[in-house]
Design a protein. Structure first.
Length: 357
């Protein structure tokens, strides 16, 4: 007769042996599993795509567009905002160590300065071919993103349409003395003068500047205050870019007493300049940069400029803002925007004529 203690000991031994066998079988079974059904290994973490933009276009104007791109692409974007000339200088100082992938400038002339230093990479033909030849670099180093026409904004209460000058050259007439506003320190104005030198010659441009200075124009720091002064009757007319009037009317209402006058009989007066962007040769996120260029030149990107900033779209199929004449009506002159990069000669002439002090 087995004692109770012996019976319990034998039972416990059986349990241990059985459990041990089961565990051994489980280990062997696991070791014999094919790789496909083994416990999945942790996937390596994929770093988020990023993009760094140096933007000479103001944050107020382009931040919403950049935000739209971020949502559409999933790419994180870092932006350094500043004046185009200052950012170009920063790029030249940083050289190939610059963190920038994209340089987005207010004017093509500034892009030309950086291009001359060999810092820009050629853009894809697919992107370049979306834009007319006169709004992109011949060597493919930059492409226009939106256009802006030079106009004469005028006070609709003080000036009759039939009394408006046919071209900028007529503004040196004595009838306009003390009645014209301009912003000679503004980059767009300086690009306009550079284009006049290219189109009309340096002597003709110098004569015009001297005539303007003699007519005692009122000086403003930027286009916006010049347009505001025109509507307020401080001046009768002002030389500006076309879209500033629409921005002010959005704020003040359609009753704001000013309108744009587009010149049609003069090359310099019909200038349409472009903002543009380029990719740096040293870009660390070239694929992200390519995606951004494609987005800006897409239908969605171009509609943003037409409807939100009132600029001219640069691709076909996208209509300009409702009250703007088509570019075909303005007939802008063909300008080699690369030559507008020589701003030193322009500023020198502005200072010689006392237009810039």
């Amino acid at each position: 007769m087995r004692t109770l203690a012996q019976t319990l000991a034998l039972s416990l031994l059986a349990v241990v042996l059985t459990t041990g066998c089961e565990k051994k079988e489980q280990v062997e079974e696991k070791n014999n599993l094919p790789e496909a059904v083994e416990t999945a290994k942790e996937e390596p973490k994929v770093e988020a795509k990023t993009l760094t933009i140096y933007s000479g276009r103001s944050e107020k104007l382009v931040a919403p567009l950049i935000e739209n791109f971020k949502k559409a692409s999933g790419i994180e974007v870092n932006v350094k905002y500043g004046k185009s000339g200052e950012l170009a200088g920063t790029l030249l100082e940083e050289g190939d160590k610059s963190p920038a992938d994209i340089f987005w400038a207010q004017d093509a002339g500034t892009l030309g300065v950086v291009a001359q230093k060999g810092m820009l990479a050629k853009l894809d033909d697919a992107a370049l071919n979306k834009v007319p030849e006169n709004f992109r670099a011949a060597d493919g180093l930059w492409v226009g993103t939106s256009g802006r026409s030079r106009v004469l904004v005028y006070n609709t209460k003080n000036v009759k349409v039939e009394d408006l000058p046919k071209g900028v050259m007529e503004l040196t007439d004595a009838k306009w003395k003390g009645k014209v506003g301009w912003a000679p320190t503004n980059a767009s104005f300086q690009s306009f003068v550079a284009a006049m030198i290219e189109l009309e010659g340096e002597e003709a441009t110098k004569k015009w500047l001297e005539g303007m200075v003699a007519n005692e124009p009122k000086v403003y720091p930027k286009n916006t205050p010049a347009v505001a002064a025109t509507g307020a009757g401080e001046v009768d007319v002002a030389l500006v870019n076309h879209y500033y009037l629409f921005r002010i009317k959005k704020e003040k209402g359609d009753d704001f007493p000013a309108a744009n006058h587009f010149f049609k009989n003069e090359k310099a007066g019909q200038l349409v300049n472009v903002s543009g962007l380029s990719t740096l040769k040293s870009a660390k996120n070239a694929e992200s940069a390519k995606a951004f260029v494609e987005y800006v030149l897409s239908e969605d990107g171009q509609k943003y400029f037409a409807q939100e900033t009132y600029e001219y779209p640069v691709i076909s199929g996208v209509k300009p803002y409702e009250s703007l004449p088509a570019l075909e009506e303005i007939k802008p002159p063909k300008v080699d925007f690369a030559k507008l990069a020589n701003l030193e000669a322009t500023i020198k002439l502005l200072r010689e004529t006392k237009a810039l002090k």
